[in-house]
Design a protein around this ligand. Structure first.
Ligand code: NAD
Length: 318
């Protein structure tokens, strides 16, 4: 079925998203604040505009693919907020119920925080009543944006309202790949953040190892290619993904700490490996503390139970 779709912020992700939907037969309008960008998109034969107008539109899916750059150690959500506000104003002039879908990469909580508040403020409507709200983060790579959109290996849809999930499923499932749904948009936002940070951490791990290998006159490539197929953390997707469980045993604590000292002797600083040890030590301390607290609580419970048993004349049976 043909769906009315708006793409708000028609850069790399927006263009790839809209192009994929166009090719799937949907009715797509691209919106971008940049006139130069709008001209480029029109030159491709697409319907592109500098503002979003929903006055005479039927119910639609409105994808926010606005920029969310960082400013030092924080996200700069100013452009994202401005684009969201313009959608809120357009919603105010529409009789139909639209679903606003956050596809930009945003910090967890943004869809039900900033986006919901901005849309409500500018539309005068309540989320879930006047309009729907969902999260559908994008996983494509900039180098192969259109192909990645058309052939996803993982699609995430999150919304409190199952009807929004189903509307999105209907347009996204035909592209194939695994599709997972969540009710809390913050989970989808967290997935996208963790996805990128995991990739960044893996790349940094091998770059740090590359520095050590360089110092030893070793070629890292065949070493890394072998570890990529020998380490359980690499070949088993379930390994190491349980939070709140520090590594223990003999080898991991011994070899992380031992290698830190070894790298030092060959003059290589390993901040990532140091952080690995520190994160594990901190978590082990937290877990130990929780176990101790639980043990004390249990002991307290037992004392209370035995006092209660004494006063009521009951006895604990073994
Ligand atoms: N580039 C990638 O590979 C990639 C992959 C996955 C996710 N993402 C995420 O997708 C989002 C978009 O990234 P991108 O790479 O497409 O950015 P981009 O800079 O290529 O495109 C953003 C577009 O939004 C437009 N814009 C800015 N303010 C606007 C407004 N108020 N109203 C309408 N349009 C406005 C800009 O003119 C620009 O064309 C970001 O959150 C990014 O982190 C990017």
């Amino acid at each position: 079925m043909k769906t009315r779709i708006f793409i708000v912020g028609s850069g790399v992700v927006g263009a790839a998203t809209g192009e994929g939907f166009l090719k799937a037969g949907h009715d797509v309008t691209f919106v971008d604040i940049s006139e130069v960008r709008v001209r480029e998109l029109r030159d491709r034969g697409w319907d592109a505009r500098t503002t979003i107008d929903l006055a005479d539109e039927p119910e639609s899916l409105i994808f926010l693919t606005l920029p969310t750059p960082n400013d030092g150690h924080r996200y700069d959500l100013s452009a994202f907020s401005a684009g969201t506000a313009s959608v809120g104003e357009a919603l105010a002039g529409s009789a139909a119920r639209h679903v606003v879908v956050v596809r930009s990469t945003v910090p967890p909580g943004t869809t039900e925080g900033l986006v919901k508040n901005t849309l409500e403020e500018h539309s005068g409507m309540k989320a879930d009543e006047g309009f729907g709200l969902a999260s559908n983060p994008e996983f494509l790579r900039a180098v192969s944006a259109a192909e990645d959109f058309a052939n996803p290996w993982m699609t995430i849809i999150a919304s409190r309202d199952p009807q929004n999930v189903e509307r999105l499923r209907a347009v996204l499932a035909p592209f194939g790949g695994e599709l997972r749904t969540f009710s809390n948009p913050a989970e989808a936002e967290f997935i996208k953040s963790a996805h990128n940070i995991y990739n960044a951490t893996k790349i940094s791990f091998w770059n740090e190892m590359w520095l050590v290998a360089q110092q030893l006159g070793l070629d890292l490539d065949p070493i890394a290619a072998t570890v990529a197929r020998s380490a359980e953390g690499s070949i088993n997707p379930e390994y190491g993904i349980r939070g709140g469980a520090p590594y223990g045993g003999v080898c991991l604590p011994k070899d992380t700490q031992g290698f830190l000292g070894f790298a030092d002797t060959v003059g290589v600083d390993m901040p990532l490996l140091s952080a690995v040890v520190e994160v594990n030590d901190r978590l082990a301390a937290i877990v130990d503390h929780e176990v101790e607290t639980a043990a004390h609580a249990d002991a307290g419970d037992l004392r209370e139970q035995s006092m209660a048993a004494t006063t009521t004349g009951q006895r604990e049976s073994a």
